[in-house]
Ligand binder design. Structure first.
Ligand SMILES: [Zn+2]
Length: 260
């Protein structure tokens, strides 16, 4: 944790209720308190999707409203929960709704005026949970074909010998030969500390590749390999999809569970 400067040259902040009326790609300064919504996770970004970057979602709150803040890179280490921060040069972005994100020109400083936030008023739902070294109890591996429409990518099903297939999700037809294949593993993960707590999770090929070498293995052989794996940490999102797997290290910090 780096010591943040205090706000000697405070810039004008905008209330979150007004930020929410803005368009995207607008630079804003917000003074508010932060709660983490998830653990930091690695995402591939950049034009060629090959550069790994760390991102962590937080809830930024002032006395008027709350907004999701995507905290990128080294800023993740700079922030302490529950401190009132002046956030200068955040950028608005639109995903499912308007949120703000850090940019290379973002500056955080500790605000002198304490924003009084009652966290109980905000429904804080963690966006993902981290399972530390669960036991991999059951495994089912399938090789699936996906819709070639990049905005859809849903599973498509066809009978052997068919040349075209219709996607039930986006209602488009396509050539079977053009549909990319993907591996899908469904796992039962049992918590290490409490074996009554089970999680049924799904892992797709690109994430699975970080755990095991999937090249040249049959679905059945992969299931056997996965069952023998141990000491992996899993980040699972709200849709029960594993977004990140990493070999357990001793520096692991347990996830903060909020409002439970
Ligand atoms: Zn589709």
């Amino acid at each position: 944790m780096k010591t943040l400067p205090s706000d000697s040259k405070k810039k004008e902040s905008i209330k979150i209720i007004d930020v929410k009326k803005m368009g995207q790609k607008t630079s804003v300064n917000i003074t508010g308190k932060i709660k983490w919504l998830e653990d930091a996770r690695q995402v591939m970004c950049g034009k060629d999707k090959s550069i790994p970057k760390m991102v962590r979602a937080a809830l930024l709150v002032d006395e008027t409203a709350s907004i999701t803040l995507s905290v990128w890179g080294t800023f993740i280490q700079d922030i302490t929960e529950d401190t009132t921060l002046n956030c200068v040069n955040l950028i608005t972005e639109f995903y499912n709704n308007l949120r703000v994100a850090t940019t290379s020109s973002t500056v955080f400083s500790i605000a002198n005026d304490e924003t009084n936030v009652d966290w109980n008023k905000h429904k804080i739902v963690p966006q993902s949970i981290k399972l530390c070294c669960p036991l991999i109890d059951t495994v089912k591996v399938d090789k699936i074909h996906q819709c070639i429409n990049i905005d859809c990518k849903k599973k498509v099903v066809f009978f052997p010998g068919e040349n075209t297939v219709s996607c039930n999700a986006c209602k488009r037809k396509m050539r079977v030969s053009r549909c990319p294949t993907n591996l899908v593993a469904e796992l039962t993960l049992t918590e290490n500390e409490d074996d009554t707590k089970q999680h049924q999770v799904t892992i797709f090929g690109p994430v699975l590749m970080n755990m095991v070498n999937i090249k040249g293995e049959t679905a059945d052989a992969l299931a056997d390999i996965l069952l023998m794996e141990e000491n992996w940490d899993f980040v699972v999102n709200k849709k029960k999809v594993v977004t990140c797997v990493s070999k357990h290290t001793i520096t692991f910090v347990p996830p903060t569970t909020i409002n439970e």
